[in-house]
Design a protein around this ligand. Sequence first.
Ligand SMILES: [Zn+2]
Length: 171
Amino acid sequence: MAVVEILKYPHPLLKKRSKEVDRIDGEVKRLIRDMIDTMYDANGIGLAACQVGISKRVVVLDISPMDPQQAFFAMVNPEVISEEGEIDHEEGCLSVPDCLEKVKRKEKIRVKGLSLEGEEIDVAAEGILAIALQHEIDHLNGILILDRVSRLKREIYRRKLKKEKQREQRL
Ligand SMILES: [Zn+2]
């Protein structure tokens, strides 16, 4: 088991577009295992590889705490192929601590990608699964929830972070 550090805003890697995976080799499988351990350790429902410092298009998801009918899965090179409707949902992010923001998302999406075994998977998602998938795919494109809220809200979060840093330095 390897729990690794989760990068936090404003780490520059979180702003970068992650690269496509050419081959699901031992290295990618190890990465996915580390991501799973790290996600569960942090009580998260999803994680993208860039959040653990690896710029590859890999995500893991386990939304079963919110929707018991869903099981864990990993997806390599996920790509949204269709989308429909709109919903607002309050989201948090392991890379943006102490921040809960209402984000506009598509209500239903279809995502294609590869499984851990390299097989093609095609997921038709709605509800929490659709939201979580869009959140993680955003990470692969260098987008955080802070990029999806108003400039004012982003500024308030930045100030809060700055204050916390100053407080830490005084201790
Ligand atoms: Zn996130």
